[in-house]
Write a protein that binds this ligand. Structure first.
Ligand SMILES: [Zn+2]
Ligand SMILES: [Zn+2]
Length: 146
């Protein structure tokens, strides 16, 4: 296996890797922080990202990273996490359902014609104006991929 040197995405240290962008020390630390978040959320199942970050002292950006990885999932798509393609609010991962379906179609069959773009504005309108959800509260819920 070819090893190369990379700069750690988090701490900026140079380390030897076979592909990862994060050094082993930061990875270990991230695991510890993930455990902290997990334990916190068992006790506070509907805590906001802000609360989790404040009480566990885990950086919000790291919580976002876990959301992107799909290791955490938000209870409601309230705008903290956005689809990387169309910008629709999502609860976990990188893409909304529509975009990830489009992507898997595109990957699955190169022959299929791309669907005409529906336009992001229509999507926003389709969203139910859920009365109870406050914009400033970012609820997260634990979701562990197996
Ligand atoms: Zn590091
Ligand atoms: Zn999307």
């Amino acid at each position: 296996m070819a090893l190369s040197y990379k700069t750690c995405k988090y701490c900026g240290r140079i380390f030897q890797t076979s592909g990862a962008n994060i050094c082993p020390e930061c990875l270990r630390e991230m695991e510890d922080q993930f455990k902290l978040i997990k334990e916190y959320l068992y006790q506070h199942p509907r805590a906001s990202v802000e609360e989790v970050s404040k009480d566990t002292e885990v950086d919000e950006r790291l919580i976002l990273h876990f959301l992107r990885e799909g290791r955490l999932e938000m209870v409601a798509a309230d705008g903290f996490l956005l689809c990387e393609k169309c910008g629709a609010p999502i609860t976990s991962g990188r893409l909304c359902k529509k975009c990830s379906e489009e992507l898997s179609h595109a990957l699955g069959s190169a022959l299929s014609k791309p669907q005409p773009a529906a336009g992001g504005a229509a999507d926003a309108k389709k969203q139910k104006s859920a009365g109870g959800i406050k914009q400033d509260k970012l609820h997260v819920d634990i979701h562990i991929r197996k």
